[in-house]
Design a protein around this ligand. Structure first.
Ligand code: PGA
Length: 248
């Protein structure tokens, strides 16, 4: 395994063509030797993927899609984007299983089909898992994680292109992050569940209200190989601070 540290910028349904002008400082930072282990990946809305790819093409920053359809090539699915389409645009990654899509009805089975199709098209997967507040209160976090991992990754044999993002649903967009011991326990559980499937040590990232302040605590948690950043990634200065504070 490499010692890359992943910084995922998930822009969700935000941003227009004028939003890209702020990226120059980040592009410059990505070229510095000091930050060579920072693996920066942008996930803009589909409408901006092409613009982003053009913008970052001379840097080491990658671009991915925030979701995709489970049919890998083409089909009559109005409003959907396939893994082939993402690949054609120049995307290297796709986020799958994000809680905002799970809440909208996406099942573990849907996610499993999407992962298989996206892997087939040589996309790398950011596979999101995490418990809701109710599940946490009912103390079933570990069985929820087990189900998400076992169903989501069912039948997958090659794990080389999969990264796990542990995102407690109650932490996304709330400003609340888990306590250190809780995070350690859950990351250890995820590690154990994954090790039953593959010998490869998949990178485990943390996501949920990561910002330029709490990063000082989060970066010290062993076993976390990077961060999935939502709202703070839309402000380039904050995103740069997160990267700088993690790697110094
Ligand atoms: P947030 O979003 O950083 O705004 O909480 C995280 C995510 O996209 O899952």
């Amino acid at each position: 395994m490499t010692n890359n540290i992943y910084f995922i910028a998930n822009w969700k349904m935000y941003g227009g063509t004028s939003s890209l002008s702020n990226l120059n400082k980040l592009i410059n930072l990505s070229k510095l030797k000091k930050y060579s282990k920072a693996k920066i990946i942008y996930f803009p809305p589909f409408t901006l993927i092409h613009n982003f790819i053009n913008k970052v093409k001379r840097s080491k920053i990658s671009v991915g899609g925030q979701n995709c359809h489970h049919v890998k090539n083409y089909g009559s699915f109005t409003g959907s984007i396939s893994p082939k389409m993402l690949k054609d645009l120049g995307c290297k990654y796709v986020i799958l299983g994000h809680s905002e899509n799970r809440t909208a009805g996406e099942t573990n089975d849907d996610i499993n089909k999407k992962i298989k199709s996206a892997l087939n098209k040589n996309l790398k997967i950011i596979f999101c898992i995490g418990e809701t507040l109710l599940e946490k209160r009912n103390k079933i976090t570990h069985s929820v994680l087990k189900k998400q991992i076992n169903h989501g990754l069912k039948g997958i044999k090659n794990f080389r292109n999969i990264l796990i993002a542990y995102e407690p649903v109650w932490s996304i967009g709330t400003g609340i992050i888990p306590k250190e011991n809780e995070l350690n326990l859950n990351i250890a559980k995820i590690r154990k569940l994954i090790s039953k499937k593959t010998k490869i040590k998949l990178p485990i990232l943390y996501g949920g209200s990561v910002n330029d302040k709490n990063i000082n605590n989060l970066k010290n948690i062993s076993g976390i190989k990077g961060f999935l950043v939502g709202s703070a990634s839309q402000k380039t200065k904050k995103f740069i601070d997160i990267i700088k504070k993690t790697i110094n």
